[in-house]
Design a protein around this ligand. Structure first.
Ligand code: COD
Length: 299
C-alpha cells in the first residue's frame, strides 16, 4: 500500500512519461507543476489554450518543457481539443488549467467525444497530514453536487477501485455525517447507515464501510473510543465519503488552507485519469495529482 507521496512519485516514475493534455495551460502554477513532472520523467505535456499567453508565460518563467502547444481561442474549444486528444488516444491523461470547473467537466461528459466510462465520474482528493499515518481519500468534494444513495454507491465503487490500484486491498470507508447515530431527519445519516448495510450484505464489495461517523470518529481512535463506538473503520478510515459537494469541498479546503499537508486531486471513472485541482492549489499539489493519475493510468 502506498503510504506517502514520495512512494507515489517513485511508482509514477517507474511507468515512464505519460502524455498529459492540459486545458487552458496559461497558468503559472500548472506550468510549474509540469516543470517538475517533466524533470521527474513522469509527464510529456501538450499545452492547449491561448498560444501566445502560454508562450509568454513559459518565457517569463524561463521554462523549456519540450511541449507541443496547440492554440484555442476559447476555453470551451481548448477543453474540446484536449478531451479529443485523450479520447483519440494521443494523450494518456487530461489536466485542468485556468478554466472554470463546469466548462472543463462538461467537455469531459460530452456524449459524442467525451471520456465517460463508468456509470458515474467522481472526484477524489488525497491528503497526507502529519497526524495521520496514511494517505486518506476524500470523495466527492469536486464533481457530484447532491448525490442520492445510488450515486453514493457509485462514488464509493470508484473510490474502492482507486484504492485497490494504489495497493490497498480492503480500504476502510467512513461515511461522514454530523453525528454517529441515525437521525431520520438527517438524510446523510440514513444514507450512511444504508451504505454500511449494503457493504455487509455484499452489495458493495472489496472494502469495509461504516457510518454514520463524525469526522473525528472516522480519523481518531481516541475520539471513537471516547464515544464508545466499536467499529473496524472508526479511527482508521482510508476513505471519507462526504454527503455532498458543499461538505466535501469545505473539508478539502479547510485541510488545504489550515494545515501542513500534502495533497492531490483527480476525477475517476473516466476513460483516462483526469487531474482536477482547485485554482488555488499549489504546484506541488498539482504535481502530486499528475503522479497519482500516472500510477492509476498504468494499472
Ligand atoms: N458522471 C457521469 N455522467 C454525468 C455526471 C457524472 N458525475 N454528471 C452528469 N452526468 C451526465 C448526466 O447523466 C447527463 O447525461 C449529462 O451528463 C448532463 O447532466 P447534467 O445536466 O446534470 O450535468 P451538467 O452538464 O449540467 O453538469 C455536470 C457538472 C459535472 C458540470 C455539474 O454537476 C457541476 O458543475 N458539478 C460541480 C463542479 C464544480 O463546480 N466543482 C467545484 C469544485 S472544484
Amino acid at each position: 500500500m502506498i503510504k506517502n507521496f514520495q512512494e507515489l512519485v517513485i511508482q509514477a516514475k517507474e511507468g515512464g512519461r505519460r502524455k498529459v493534455a492540459v486545458v487552458c495551460a496559461h497558468d503559472k502554477e500548472v506550468l510549474l507543476s509540469l516543470k517538475r513532472a517533466v524533470r521527474e520523467e513522469i509527464a510529456q505535456p501538450i499545452l492547449i489554450g491561448k498560444g501566445e499567453e502560454i508562450r509568454s508565460l513559459l518565457k517569463e518563467l524561463d521554462l523549456d518543457l519540450g511541449a507541443e502547444i496547440i492554440n484555442a481561442d476559447t476555453d470551451s474549444e481548448a477543453a474540446e481539443l484536449a478531451v479529443k486528444k485523450v479520447s483519440g488516444g494521443d494523450a494518456n491523461m487530461l489536466m485542468k488549467g485556468l478554466v472554470a470547473t463546469p466548462t472543463f467537466l462538461k467537455a469531459v461528459l460530452n456524449k459524442e467525444w467525451g471520456l465517460r466510462k463508468a456509470p458515474l465520474l467522481s472526484h477524489i482528493g488525497f491528503f497526507k497530514v502529519d497526524r495521520y499515518d496514511r494517505i486518506f481519500h476524500l470523495t466527492d468534494g469536486g464533481m457530484n453536487m447532491y448525490p442520492d444513495i445510488q450515486q453514493k454507491k457509485l462514488i464509493l465503487e470508484n473510490a474502492v477501485e482507486v484504492a485497490h490500484k494504489l495497493g490497498n486491498e480492503c480500504p476502510k470507508i467512513a461515511c461522514v455525517a454530523a453525528i454517529e447515530l441515525v437521525n431520520p431527519d438527517m438524510q446523510a445519516t440514513i444514507d450512511a447507515a444504508m451504505l454500511s448495510k449494503m457493504q455487509q450484505r455484499g452489495q458493495i464489495k472489496g472494502c469495509l464501510i461504516d457510518g454514520p461517523l463524525g469526522l473525528d470518529n472516522a480519523v481518531s481512535e481516541e475520539s471513537a473510543k471516547h464515544k464508545g463506538i466499536k467499529s473496524e473503520v472508526a479511527g482508521k478510515a482510508d476513505i471519507l465519503l462526504t454527503s455532498d459537494i458543499d461538505s466535501g469541498n469545505a473539508i478539502y479546503k479547510t485541510i488545504a488552507f489550515f494545515t501542513e499537508m500534502e495533497s492531490a486531486g483527480i476525477i475517476v471513472g473516466a476513460a483516462a485519469p483526469i487531474i482536477l485541482t482547485s485554482r488555488a492549489d499549489t504546484p506541488e499539489t498539482k504535481f502530486h495529482s499528475i503522479a497519482i493519475a500516472s500510477v492509476i493510468s498504468q494499472r
